[in-house]
Design a protein around this ligand. Structure first.
Ligand code: DON
Length: 306
């Protein structure tokens, strides 16, 4: 069954009582100022039809959802073995910003969606592109069809001022020889990607290539191949929600990616892309009410990859 706007509104009403039970991210101080009661959802069908409810057009900080875009870009620039010799494809079982495994595993991050892995991907982009920030903005504007998407400089600067942990992760990888560029310029780019400001509608449109074998909405050419799209969805299903990936697979049953801004994208391959936003997070750093909304939607429309 196709979700209607009424169904989406009903789902938002059902999860709204969860607001107050999570915690808005405050380790990036600029994120802590976002009102906790924001709640939005958008579904984009592969034919471009959008169904939406709540604060679905309000832009927020996409944070780690940007890690899917940077990996997509890296996949278009590098041979698979050049990427996967530097970062793994396994769930980490640790927090997204943990350093523990990195020391034990010789500076090779478990997967491209924890911070360490995304910093490797940013390092790869830095090595091959003369203006990676510009290229990323161009990519996201093309994929979403919205030329007005920008980086939130306040959020990027706020994160740069509190970057000790990410800097430590990058320097540790560099000490193992797994970092090609100077750490600070790569961190600056990474924080900008994370500070992209997008709405649920923007996100659902942007990631529809993952529901459509690598083919973006309205584009003539696929951005990545059908095989790469399958690979990305597999990585999202196993690692996209960090140490909450198993719980998310159990409850929602779709490849997904979260961000500490409270956004989550989820993919139903062959059919639709969904984006939700609710700023309060669960202990794994994933949107609490957002996950609940996706769980209800998956159940009501009878969709899952399992
Ligand atoms: O590097 C960080 O910590 C943030 N810019 C992104 C982390 C994040 O979004 C984790 N996701 N739920």
């Amino acid at each position: 069954m196709k979700p209607t706007e009424a169904l989406l509104n009903e789902i938002l009403d059902e999860v709204r009582p969860l607001i107050g039970k999570g915690k808005v991210a405050d380790y990036i101080p600029a994120l802590a100022t976002v009102p906790a009661n924001k709640l939005g959802i958008a579904v984009c069908y592969n034919d471009g039809e959008i169904i939406q409810a709540g604060d679905s057009e309000e832009r927020f900080s996409i944070q780690s959802i940007s890690k899917v875009l940077s990996l997509t870009l890296a996949m278009t620039l590098y041979k698979p073995e050049e990427i996967w010799k530097r970062v793994g494809k396994e769930p980490s079982g640790h927090a997204f910003n943990s350093l523990i495994q990195l020391e034990l595993e010789n500076g090779i991050p478990r997967n491209p969606f924890i911070n360490a892995g995304a910093l490797i991907v940013s390092d790869l982009l830095h090595s091959r592109l003369s203006a990676p920030q510009y290229r990323m903005l161009e990519l996201v504007r093309d994929l979403s069809g919205d030329q007005h998407i920008v980086y939130d400089k306040v959020v990027a600067t706020s994160e740069m001022q509190h970057s000790d942990r990410n800097a430590s992760i990058a320097y540790l990888m560099r000490s193992f020889g797994n970092f090609e560029n100077e750490v600070m310029p790569v961190l600056t780019n990474y924080f900008s990607y994370c500070a992209l400001k997008m709405s649920c509608v923007d996100l659902a449109r942007t990631f529809s290539y993952l529901a459509n074998k690598g083919q973006p909405l309205g584009a003539k050419e696929p951005i990545i191949s059908q095989t790469q799209s399958k690979q990305m969805n597999a990585l999202l299903a196993t690692c996209g929600l960090y140490d909450g990936a198993g719980e998310f697979a159990y409850r929602v049953g779709m490849p997904g990616k979260s961000g500490v801004g409270g956004g989550i994208i989820a993919v139903v391959p062959g059919e639709m892309t969904i984006a939700v936003w609710s700023p309060e997070l669960d202990p794994s750093g994933n949107s609490l009410a957002g996950t609940a909304a996706l769980e209800l939607l998956a159940d009501r429309i009878g969709r899952s990859i399992f």
